[in-house]
Design a protein around this ligand. Sequence first.
Ligand code: NAP
Length: 264
Amino acid sequence: MDLHLKDEVAVVTGAGKGIGLAITEALAREGVHVIAGSRSRTAELEALRIKYGVSVVLVDLSTRDGADTLVRRAVDERGRLGILVNNLGATDARTSFLDVDDGEWQRVFDLTFFSAVRASRAALPHLLEAPHAAIVNISSINARLPFPTVVDYSAAKAALTNLTKSLSEEFSPRGVRVNAIAPGPVRTPFWTAPGGLADVTAAAAGTTAQEAIDVVVPRSMGISTGRVTEPEEVADLALFLASPLAGNITGAEFTIDGGQIKTT
Ligand SMILES: NC(=O)c1ccc[n+]([C@@H]2O[C@H](COP(=O)([O-])OP(=O)(O)OC[C@H]3O[C@@H](n4cnc5c(N)ncnc54)[C@H](OP(=O)(O)O)[C@@H]3O)[C@@H](O)[C@H]2O)c1
C-alpha cells in the first residue's frame, strides 16, 4: 500500500530504541526525512543514519528546551515539518503510591507528558503551514487501565490521551490531525533490557525473562492473542495515522493490545 508519505518531514521523539526506533525506520523506509531525537546514540539509529540519511539529534527531551532544539533542527535542515510523533515516555516499577515523591512525579510527567506538550508547541506553527499534517502521540492502555505499579505513568498517559483530543479540537479544523495510539505490552528494551520489566516479572514468577515476556505476561494480563505486541506493529499503525490515507481520522485513540482490555 502506498502511504503517500514520500518526501514528508517527520520528527520522532525517543527514537534511539524500541517503538521510536521502529517508527523511525518505518518512516525512513517510506522515503520520509526523519529527524530522530534521542538521549543517546544507539548502533541501530546510527545504522538508519547511514542507510536512509536519518538525522540524529542528541537531546534530553525531559528538559524545557529539548523539544525546541529538536524541532528547530528539523526546520533548519528541511525548511518544513509535516509529522510529529510524540513517542517518548518512561517510568519505573512502583511498589506503592506512598513511595512516589514529588520529584518522581515531576520526572515521569516531564518524560511522558510535558515532552509531548513542549514538542507539540514547538512543532505546531510549522505543522500549520504544511498542506496536510499529523501528530501521533504514543500513549498507553494505562491511560484507561491504571496500574498501581505505574501510578504516575498511568496518570501522565491519561493526560496525554486527553491532550490529544484538545489539540485535535483546536487544530484539525486548520489541517493538523492529532491521534493517539494506546499499546499494551510491547517487546522493547523497556521490558527486555537487563533489570527491565521482563526481569522483574521473571523474578516474581520464578522463570526466565524470555519465558516471562512470551508466556507469563500474555497469560497473566489476559492478552487474547497470547502474545505481546511487536514494535513494528505499533509503527505500522503510527504510519497509517500519519499518512493522508487517515485523512478524516482525528481526535481518536487506537488500542493495540492483543485484546487485553476486555471492556467495550
Ligand atoms: N514497551 C511497552 O510495553 C509500552 C506499552 C505502552 C506504551 N509504551 C510507550 O511507548 C513509548 C516508547 O516506549 P519503549 O518501550 O519503546 O521505550 P524504550 O524501549 O525505553 O525506549 C525509549 C527511548 O527513549 C529514549 N529516551 C529516554 N529518555 C529520554 C530523554 N530524556 N530524552 C530523549 N530521549 C530519551 C531512550 O534513550 P536512552 O537509550 O538514552 O534511554 C530510548 O531510546 C513510550 O511512550 C512508552 O510509554 C510502551
